[in-house]
Design a protein around this ligand. Structure first.
Ligand code: NAD
Length: 251
């Protein structure tokens, strides 16, 4: 029988954007379930804090400073997992960058940065990780997409284009990598993370009107789904997306 508390024992996971929010909660959860976690983020101080918190709880983690838009950094990130832990079992592509703007107000530079941080690394990190994941008995790629991969919203055109791409790429990769590596997307609704701190209160309230569970989700509620998807409990799930949105997309 699966030991629910330690489903990821002995596995090595890389999580991008793990210094904050959903990535951080997922790093803590994966470590609690027995994984060795590589925390990859551009934010050194919060990334090191996350690793320290895992260590103080008796887990295993290390921080690596990574800008996911740079191929050389992604290569270093994979090397870090292999050198420190001897391989790689789970890649969680989770980092993002976005500036709220309609399509009309989006600049070419902001469009490019959004794609370079939010979409392209999902392909590039996966490409670089595939040889290592192929050696694992339980290789998994998790991609944090968004409910806005499947439903629209005004004011974040480049972000939504990126997240639509993340979902399509999840399907493409799942077919190319089956049966050796599972590839799954998580589609969060509105989650209580620093990314949402700049959202004006009226926009937040209007959004919550459409959430049947009438609250923001907590990052830990995404982390628990990520841990399930990364584990053998989800061994027959690939090429699809799990929506975690308090019912938002039911309408
Ligand atoms: P967050 O701002 O708390 O964390 C994002 C992390 O990404 C930060 O630690 C940041 O330093 C890191 N990052 C940014 N640019 C980077 C780069 N170039 N290289 C490496 N790291 C970089 O945000 P969050 O809400 O936890 O978002 C995590 C994921 O969840 C994102 O993919 C986001 O699109 C998705 N998501 C979030 C929500 C939500 O409501 N919070 C909803 C849907 C989807």
């Amino acid at each position: 029988m699966t030991n629910l508390a330690m489903r990821l024992e002995g596995r090595t996971a890389i999580i991008t954007g793990a210094a904050s929010g959903i990535g951080r909660a997922t790093a803590l959860r994966f470590a609690r379930e027995g994984a060795q976690v590589v925390i990859a983020d551009i934010d050194v101080s919060r990334g090191e804090d996350c690793a320290a918190e895992i260590h103080s709880a008796g887990g295993e983690a290390r921080f690596v400073e990574v800008d996911v838009s740079l191929e050389s950094d992604l290569m270093r990130m994979i090397d870090c997992a292999v050198t420190a832990y001897g391989g790689l079992d789970i890649l969680h592509n989770n980092a993002f960058w976005a500036r709220g703007a309609t399509a009309l107000d989006t600049t070419a530079d902001d469009w490019q940065r959004t794609i370079d941080v939010t979409l392209r690394p999902v392909w590039q990190a996966s490409k670089l990780a595939i040889p290592q994941l192929m050696k694992s008995k339980a290789g998994v790629i998790l991609n944090t997409a968004s409910v806005h991969s499947i439903v629209g919203l005004t004011g974040s055109a480049a972000y939504q284009a990126s997240k639509g791409g993340v979902l399509s790429l999840t399907r493409a990769l799942s077919l190319e990598l089956a049966p050796r590596i599972r590839v799954v997307a998580i589609l969060p609704g509105t989650i209580d993370t620093p990314a949402n701190e700049q959202v004006p209160e009226d926009v937040h309230e209007a959004f919550l009107q459409k959430v049947p569970l009438a609250r923001r989700g907590q990052p830990e509620e995404i982390a628990s789904v990520a841990a399930f998807l990364a584990s053998d409990d989800a061994g027959y799930i690939t090429g699809t997306a799990i929506v975690v949105d308090g019912g938002y997309t039911t309408h």
